[in-house]
Design a protein around this ligand. Structure first.
Ligand code: IPD
Ligand code: CA
Ligand code: CA
Length: 299
């Protein structure tokens, strides 16, 4: 499909319809409950993930027959073409499987001009994230802004980490190899708090909507991030890697914010990676010893 004005305008409405249809299927599965299978140690998958991906794959192929599709549950269609959808049919599977109501459908579109090497990035041009339980549809198109249920959304203007609400997530594979628990601790102590709500795509949509000031995670994939990145940039925020460099679509490490607190977040990342001293936090044993000493002094 060519990149003329009519095709540009049709991406988001058509993708929104597809995300809503997939979201409606997820809502039905969520109401009835599903069996869980394991892809990795705590990496879950359900019939709902597979059914939603099948539906999205078939609808996208009908509507945009030349577009490629790269889906979490294995779809790899037409990846040599100019356009490529990154699809997470169900982001928040662990929540879904436990009946915890926080999950979504995420679809981001990358434009890859001919001649681009497979290792080179294209441009994110459209994205939709749909939360079927709240009926919230987040969308964005390159150069045209970001929207929540059709109304423009902007990132928040909170200027300092100390006043910020943040979010993060933990990988579902090789969790012990991730240092994120240390970052979770430090950011929690220096902000209004860090949410770990279990759906990275919704976390990103919430940064775009000004409900969160920042989000980071260590091990994400393009199907988690493609739609949300464009949304944040179109809503006035900033997305980089942990060193402040351009975020590549296949980067696993993402730092997203309202823009205003980005430098402060980067500085804390740098301090932590370089092992500089941060304000000490008592270990549970030190805290217990101190309490014991206080009790003894009282008696
Ligand atoms: C997961 C969620 C979670 C994040 C994990 C992702 P899935 O995606 O986005 O919030 O912390 O890293 O893998 O497996 O539910 O699609
Ligand atoms: Ca995901
Ligand atoms: Ca998923």
């Amino acid at each position: 499909m060519s990149n003329d004005a009519s095709s540009v305008q049709s991406w988001v409405p058509k993708a929104s319809e597809i995300a809503r249809e997939a979201g409606a299927r997820l809502r039905e599965f969520f109401a009835q409950g599903v069996e869980t299978e394991y892809k990795g140690d705590v990496d879950l998958v359900t019939v709902a993930d597979r059914t939603a991906e099948k539906l999205i794959r078939s609808r996208l192929s009908e509507v945009f027959p030349d577009h490629g599709i790269y889906g979490e549950e294995g779809t790899r269609d037409r990846l040599e073409g100019e356009f490529r959808w990154y699809v997470d049919p169900l982001d928040g599977t662990t929540n879904f499987a436990h009946g915890f109501p926080q999950f979504c459908v995420s679809m981001g579109l990358e434009q890859r001009p001919s001649g681009l090497k497979p290792t080179e990035d294209g441009t994110l041009v459209a994205g939709v994230i749909y939360d079927p339980l709240r009926d919230e549809l987040f969308s964005a198109e390159k150069g045209k802004g970001a929207f929540l249920n059709g109304k423009p959304m902007r990132t928040s203007s909170i200027p300092r980490l100390a006043e910020a609400l943040l979010a993060t997530g933990f990988p579902s594979r090789k969790r012990h190899a991730s240092p994120n628990i240390h970052f979770y601790q430090e950011f929690t102590l220096r902000s209004h708090g860090v949410r770990r709500a279990g759906s990275a795509a919704l976390d990103l949509a919430y940064v775009a909507a000004g409900r969160l000031e920042g989000f980071w995670e260590f091990n994400l994939n393009p199907w988690d991030t493609a739609a949300g990145i464009l949304m944040i940039e179109e809503a006035g925020g900033r997305v980089t890697d942990f060193k402040g460099r351009h975020f590549r679509i296949d980067s696993h490490e993402i730092l997203a914010s309202n823009g205003d607190i980005h430098e402060e977040l980067l500085a804390l990342f740098a301090d932590m990676f370089e092992g500089r001293d941060l304000a000490p936090i008592p270990t549970p044993a030190e805290w217990a010893a101190e309490r014991e000493a206080r009790e003894t002094a009282k008696s």
